[in-house]
Write a protein that binds this ligand. Sequence first.
Ligand code: PEP
Length: 251
Amino acid sequence: MRTPLVAANWKMHKTRAEATAFVEAALPQLTGLDGVEVVVCPAFTALETVGRLLAGSAVRLGAQNLHWEREGAFTGEVSAGMLAELGCTYVIVGHSERRRLFGDTDERVRRKVRAAFDAGLVPILCVGETLEERQAGQTESRVAGQVAVATADLSADEVAHLVVAYEPVWAIGTGQAATGQEANRVIGLIRQHLRHRFGPAADAVRIQYGGSVTARNAAEFFSQPEVDGALVGGASLNPHEFAAITRTARR
Ligand code: PEP
């Protein structure tokens, strides 16, 4: 059975002081929870602070982005090795905000996924269709295409460790979540696509739903058989709400 993964994506929120306050409030509520794995993904500037506070706990540290090269003249960028050195276990790759605002093409996402694995990090690969793509009936082809390119040079063993976050772009930060049924359907298609290419390894891949998940609607997603947790943006900024979502995800 796959252990659900609930990840907090803080985006460009929380100073180190605010991050510290969050961990101090959330950690007692997240400690000793069986049947769920928890990850917190702060901004780069708070990674070390949060990593120190989480040390010795079961809550994992994740970053929100990385560059695919190991080092070089890439002003403002951070490599996978640098994140691993800080104690990160996970890294979000291909978030729709990065695709839309910062030029993360499918090809760049593929290179970032490769770089993450090469440094011993687990990528949380974000895929999802825009509203226009959904209305044009292109959800399946768009999502399958994103997954196909991002996993093009992975082995079955690497794929088994991969985390995918199905995040319909129209649901992110809008308060308009997909239905649990629809998330389950698309996630099932992603798994089918991975099974076709990688065989039984696909059954080990954790595929989260993301897009306006809150403590109120979390159960609708986590009761679906294909949904292995959530990538949570806005609702992850509040330690009590994030802890409540996490508790709901336990299997
Ligand atoms: C996200 O940023 O990955 C996300 C799902 O955001 P929100 O939960 O705010 O929709």
